[in-house]
Design a protein around this ligand. Structure first.
Ligand code: HSE
Length: 316
């Protein structure tokens, strides 16, 4: 059954941090600004007689391709109609609130909002796991490779660990509810594919062991709710050493934030957004001010003090 003769369905999909520093391609978290604002794309869907009508609006719509048929949201709709052999159609509006190439899971947010909205509209033909796999495949078409560390937290909320097993794509792990995640987007755009190309094809054995140790220790600390241990091991040995220099101002910001008493700082996804962690709202607000003055360099850049978004994608 399609969602006919009803008010258009409106779906919000939150911004997310891939990797969360310590879990390259394997860990991700959804973000919720503490001021209550929405930081993520919104897709609205309604029924039409046939085909796909699509429009893109919002603050970052001008950065998307002009050819609407190239938009991933349009392609998600075509895929759904074809797969379900529908004779009727859908109209979708993408409100593009996240900057492209920001490291905040912008493409994931569009894909997840679109597929969630389509699935709801058509009466839930896909279950949660199947829909998540589909989200990963579509997002991979934009970012250049299939990784779930943005789509999984964006869809399901909280902190998600990728399992990539046949039965289960990911699992939620406990987070530290008293932590604030200050996220700063400087205003420039970096392509995930290019930032992935900076990484080596192979790593030393010692680095591989450190990666496994830090990630497993972080997961252990999360279950134990051992903040000190979690911060001590929240280290990125796979990506940050190669990406840091490609992000203007990142290393200086990381140093300044440490001096201000922030607990740790890392790259959100493939950058240029950085995240910085504290358990003090006062320190978070101070870091926000500093980042606004020193890290945000272009128009459109922003800083948000966030908690994790535990709800994930939802109707709004
Ligand atoms: N894990 C991916 C990367 C995600 O770092 O390349 C980017 O959001």
């Amino acid at each position: 059954m399609a969602n006919s003769n009803q008010a258009p369905l409106r779906v919000y999909a939150p911004a997310s941090m891939g990797n969360v520093g310590v879990g390259f391609d394997l860990l991700g978290a959804a973000l919720a600004p503490v001021d209550g604002s929405l930081l993520g794309d919104i897709v609205t869907i309604s029924q039409i007689t046939s085909g796909v009508e699509f429009e893109q609006v919002g603050p970052w719509a001008h950065k998307l391709p002009d050819d609407l048929q190239q938009n991933i949201v349009y392609q998600c709709a075509v895929f759904f109609l074809d797969k379900l052999k529908r004779q009727d159609g859908v109209k979708l509006t993408l409100q593009k609130n996240l900057p492209v190439g920001s490291g905040l899971g912008s493409s994931a947010s569009s894909v997840v909002a679109a597929l969630y909205a389509l699935n709801e509209h058509f009466g839930l033909p896909y279950d949660q796991q199947a829909l998540l796999l589909l989200m990963g495949e579509f997002e991979g078409q934009i970012s250049g490779s299939v990784h779930y560390d943005n789509v999984a937290p964006c869809y399901l909320g909280g902190m998600q660990l990728m399992l990539n097993t046949t039965k289960q794509a990911c699992a939620a792990i406990p987070s530290f509810k008293n932590w604030y995640w200050v996220v700063a987007y400087p205003g420039i755009s970096l392509s995930t594919a290019k930032m992935r190309a900076l990484l080596p094809q192979q790593y030393d054995k010692a680095v591989a062991i450190d990666f496994g140790r830090y990630l497993s220790a972080f997961v252990h600390a999360s279950y134990q709710q051992d903040e000190k241990l979690a911060i001590e091991v929240l280290k990125d040995v796979l990506a940050e050493p190669y990406r840091a220099v490609a992000i203007p101002g990142y290393l200086a910001a990381r140093e300044a934030l440490a001096e201000q008493g922030m607990l740790t700082t890392g790259i959100s996804g493939s950058g240029p957004t950085l995240f910085s962690v504290t358990d003090s709202l006062t320190k978070a607000e101070q870091a926000k001010l500093w980042l606004e003055q020193h890290y945000v360099t272009e128009q459109g850049g922003f800083v948000h003090v966030c908690k994790l978004d535990e709800q994930g994608t939802r109707r709004v």
